[in-house]
Design a protein around this ligand. Structure first.
Ligand SMILES: Nc1nc2c(ncn2[C@@H]2O[C@H](COP(=O)(O)OP(=O)(O)OP(=O)(O)O)[C@@H](O)[C@H]2O)c(=O)[nH]1
Ligand SMILES: [Mg+2]
Length: 322
């Protein structure tokens, strides 16, 4: 995997909306937890990947893409930034949503710094979460994302609105996809990070296993290729992961809630599931840097989104244990 994919392509965007930056302190070792929080689909995962320089979190145009709390660690000689990406804030309809909001809750509690991500044009719907952030003493970087879709006037208005909502916040306009101001956000983080020894070994990139990333890559393809309720009814579990010389053999199961969904997932003569397999394999190979043989199966697990047992099996209640 490449070391540093973050680039700055600022030229096409106006200079006068850049915030001031004070010089980065480098004395002593800095380390801390930078927790990324916000509504669904605002670009939290896109921003984390840009800051980390790796595709750790899956990204799609559909809301509720991220279901877990995922760490991405950036190490320097005298700092360690531990980012966590979280699910977008939703009103729970299933036990799955409650677990997802549990991850958000934990991220509200253990942050050294909040990256509160908003998109230009949205209002923050969850007043309770906003209040908790306002009431805490934790520093806040408020990101107004997707400015490439808007005008400078609207962006300035949104920045002023957020500055009024959270007076202590540093408000930064950003385009995570264009990588506009990603470096500026990084500089602010480094400046605000507390002095601490590293929390993790300096060569660690994430707390998640290759199995987790494989299941996420497969889930990303389900979100991309299937519509309506189908991708939301799916969960992916890697049943076996065998590392052989030059090639990995992976067997993964896609769980759905009903027989009718199973038929849609497989498609006519298995063509739909075949496409998922082909596209997922390409991404897995790119991520691991190794060839892989991917075997996909589809099984029905009735009402898994409301089953404590199933959610435990799929690792939705493990944050506190790690
Ligand atoms: N135009 C534009 N699109 C963006 C930007 N950042 C993210 N997106 C798009 O917004 C969509 C959602 O991005 P994600 O990073 O998955 O958003 P998220 O907040 O993690 O979403 P959930 O995990 O569902 O809560 C994707 O289609 C991204 O490509 C941006 O700066 N500009
Ligand atoms: Mg996400």
């Amino acid at each position: 995997m490449e070391e540093d994919k973050i680039s700055t392509e600022h030229q096409s965007l106006p200079q006068d909306i850049w915030p001031d930056t004070t010089p980065v302190q480098t004395s002593g070792h800095k380390a801390g937890f930078v927790n990324i929080i916000g509504n669904p689909n605002v670009g939290k995962s896109t921003l984390m990947n840009a800051l980390v320089g790796e595709r750790l979190s899956i990204i799609t145009s559909k809301a509720q893409t991220t279901r877990h709390r995922i760490m991405g660690i950036v190490n320097g000689e005298d700092f360690q930034i531990v980012y966590t990406d979280t699910p977008g804030i939703v009103n729970p309809h299933y036990k799955l949503h409650e677990q997802m909001m549990g991850f958000v809750n934990s991220a509200l509690q253990d942050a050294d710094l909040f990256l509160l991500v908003t998109e230009v044009g949205e209002t923050f719907k969850n007043q309770e979460v906003l209040e908790r952030i306002i009431q805490s003493n934790t520093p806040v970087i408020l990101v107004v994302n997707k400015i490439d879709t808007s005008t400078q006037q609207v962006v300035s208005e949104r920045m002023a609105y957020w500055q009024q909502q959270i007076p202590r916040a540093i408000v930064v306009p950003c385009s995570a996809t264009e990588r506009f101001n990603v470096d500026t956000i990084f500089d602010h983080i480094l400046r605000l990070l507390p002095e601490n020894p590293p929390y993790f070994p300096k060569d660690e990139l994430t707390d998640r296993s290759m199995r987790f990333f494989v299941s996420e890559i497969i889930r990303e393809k389900l979100l991309l290729y299937y519509q309506k309720e189908i991708p939301y009814s799916c969960e992916v579990a890697v049943e076996s992961y065998e590392e052989l010389e030059g090639i990995d053999h992976i067997r993964a199961v896609i769980f759905v809630e009903r027989d009718s969904q199973k038929a849609i997932l497989i498609g006519h003569k298995g063509m739909s599931i075949k496409k998922v397999g082909i596209e997922a394999r390409k991404d897995i190979e790119e991520f691991s840097g190794k060839k892989c043989f991917l075997n996909l199966y589809v099984k029905v697990m009735k009402d898994w989104r409301n089953s404590d047992r199933a959610l435990h099996q799929f690792g939705y209640d493990t944050w506190q244990e790690r």
